[in-house]
Design a protein around this ligand. Structure first.
Ligand SMILES: [Zn+2]
Length: 85
């Protein structure tokens, strides 16, 4: 019985120290709502509706509005749709 309790204590200790370690190591990215774009800001590809990080996205301006795409291919396809309208 004492042995089991020791295991429980050690287990709990390990669990909490690991939890503490990981929460320190990888803090949740904070999104700024000040209007300023952060590096991890996600943007939606209007063609395939995939969310991509803004700094990895391909940006193009359509009708004065900046659109972001996951790839050059999506940008081209979206452009074709826009032009056919
Ligand atoms: Zn896409």
């Amino acid at each position: 019985m004492i042995k089991l309790l020791t295991f429980a204590v050690i287990g709990a200790y390990l669990y909490f120290s690991l939890k503490k370690y990981f929460s320190k190591k990888s803090p949740k990215p904070e999104f700024s709502h000040s209007g300023e774009f952060t590096e991890d800001e996600l943007v939606e590809d209007p063609f395939c509706h995939t969310f991509v990080a803004e700094h990895n996205a391909v940006s193009k301006i359509f009708h004065g509005k900046k659109e972001f795409f996951c790839s050059q291919e999506c940008a081209s396809k979206y452009q074709l749709i826009q032009e056919s309208n």
